[in-house]
Design a protein around this ligand. Structure first.
Ligand code: URA
Length: 243
């Protein structure tokens, strides 16, 4: 048995309907609890046991929402911004929920995998400097890499006097359409980290795309700008990640 909650609050907390919209649906007899029309918004329900029908559709209760977004260039990794579109703006109405935020930032000109969630605990696990969840990126460079660059990445380079990066891996991607391209894996998220690491080795990053977080790969079928909910198995993969 789960924790009992007010019907209107529970429905509104799951998606794009406001509490007053939920109240209107209830008044019109369009919300049912276990097959019986709901009496009012204050009615207490058990989200884990009771079957709720809202406007003819069963409401699948999710405590938290986890979305995989393929971020395009030009979009900022924030919940709100006055000048540019944000990753949260890209979420379609039916997947919107208050409290969604990106678990980790990509630069405005970086593309790829952003996890959006309202689960602060999971976000902390992914982002915490202590958890070392690997993140993989495809970078297109102005010049090819060489053994010295690889050594410096693998040894953990200093980007400034105080902080040494954790060891990172870098591999050439000979079949990638744009050249020279590499796959880079880092285990932390310092500001502009990958661009700064290559810059310290005399290379310029021409484009950057995050393709994996922990064990979870960006879905290749997700076109730029699109997002979808994680499956249960994918969520488990994320929860396991890190060291
Ligand atoms: N490293 C960068 O330089 N930029 C990003 O967006 C992510 C990692």
């Amino acid at each position: 048995m789960g924790e009992l909650q007010r019907l209107d609050k529970l429905i509104a907390g799951q998606g794009s309907l406001s509490r007053s919209e939920v109240k209107k649906l209830i008044a019109r007899g369009l919300v049912a609890v276990n097959g019986l029309p709901a009496k009012n918004g204050e009615q207490k329900v058990d989200p884990e046991q009771d079957v709720l029908l809202v406007n003819g559709k069963e409401l699948r209760f999710r405590k938290h929402l986890y979305l995989m977004l393929n971020k395009p260039k030009g979009v900022v990794s924030a919940a709100r911004d006055n000048r540019f579109p944000t990753v949260v703006d890209l979420v379609p109405e039916q997947l919107k929920r208050s409290g969604l935020f990106p678990a980790g930032r990509l630069d405005k000109d970086t593309e790829g995998f952003v996890l959006l969630t309202d689960d602060g605990v999971l976000a902390h696990r992914i982002l915490s400097p202590k958890s070392h969840v690997p993140k993989s990126y495809v970078a297109v460079l102005d010049q090819p890499i060489d053994p010295l660059l690889r050594q410096r990445f693998e040894a953990g380079m200093f980007l400034d006097a105080e902080r040494q990066c954790l060891p990172a891996s870098v591999e050439e991607l000979p079949d990638y359409p744009s050249q020279p391209a590499v796959l880079v894996v880092i285990r932390e998220g310092m500001y502009h980290q990958i661009k700064r690491m290559f810059s310290a080795c005399g290379r310029k990053v021409l484009s950057l795309k995050r393709v994996q977080i922990g064990e979870l790969k960006l879905d290749e079928n997700l076109i730029s700008g699109a997002c979808r909910e994680l499956t249960f198995q994918e969520l488990e993969m994320l929860q396991k990640g890190g060291s």
